[in-house]
Design a protein around this ligand. Structure first.
Ligand SMILES: Nc1ncnc2c1ncn2[C@@H]1O[C@H](COP(=O)(O)OP(=O)(O)O)[C@@H](O)[C@H]1O
Ligand SMILES: O=C(O)C1=C[C@@H](OP(=O)(O)O)[C@@H](O)[C@H](O)C1
Ligand SMILES: [Mg+2]
Length: 174
């Protein structure tokens, strides 16, 4: 299989971390849509949002998704990529889409210990635990319908990689 592999899911589910490890396991290139945006604009997510609002950021992330999509590439998307239906359709048509699924409690724990506020400015203005509950309530159906496969992201990154490889029938030999 040479199709691009898109990782989707909420903030903190491990798209960036697992994406790097998955690309190494497959010998694929790795791209992160937020990292691409940061490189091309020389600004962080928080700076783009402060200057252009979330609407401006969302338009840019759609462009970023299209720019990084290529065969033999693992693509870590931002957690809000699924908010635009055109992005969901694009990912479904271009490759395989994997949803890294985790509970709001696990996500909030990870984000509280590594907030990375330049990458993740607040979405709601509420405390992280409340925000993750609200975000999952709004987006779970989008992650489900946009994905070809759902994997359990509440295990070690290597376990998540193995589950993705199995779901794509690309399991490691050893
Ligand atoms: N499977 C995992 N188990 C434990 N911690 C994880 C796991 N995946 C990611 N993390 C941690 O959670 C935080 C967010 O990970 P990241 O890969 O940036 O997620 P995302 O790109 O989905 O927002 C980081 O501190 C990372 O080390
Ligand atoms: O969930 C979201 O709306 C967002 C998630 C972030 O990416 P990660 O999911 O990689 O943290 C980043 O794209 C931006 O802060 C918006
Ligand atoms: Mg990320």
């Amino acid at each position: 299989m040479s199709l691009p592999i898109f990782l989707i899911g909420a903030r903190g589910c491990g798209k960036t971390t697992v994406g790097k490890a998955l690309s190494q396991a497959l010998g694929y290139a790795f791209c992160d849509t937020d990292h691409h945006l940061q490189l091309t604009t020389q600004r962080s997510v928080a700076e783009i949002v402060a200057a252009e609002g979330w609407e401006g950021f969302r338009a840019r992330e759609t462009e970023s998704l299209r720019a990084v999509t290529a065969p033999l590439t693992v693509i870590a998307t931002g957690g809000g990529m699924v908010l635009a239906e055109e992005n969901c359709r694009f990912m479904q048509e271009q490759g395989r889409v994997i949803w890294l699924s985790a509970s709001p409690e696990v996500l909030a724990d990870r984000l509280e210990s590594q907030p990375e506020t330049a990458q993740r400015p607040t979405l709601t203005g509420r405390p992280i635990a409340d925000e993750m509950e609200e975000v999952l309530r709004e987006r779970t159906h989008l992650y489900r319908s946009a994905s070809h496969h759902q994997v359990n992201a509440m295990q070690k990154p290597e376990g998540v990689v193995d589950e993705i490889l199995r779901s794509l029938s690309l399991a490691r030999a050893s």
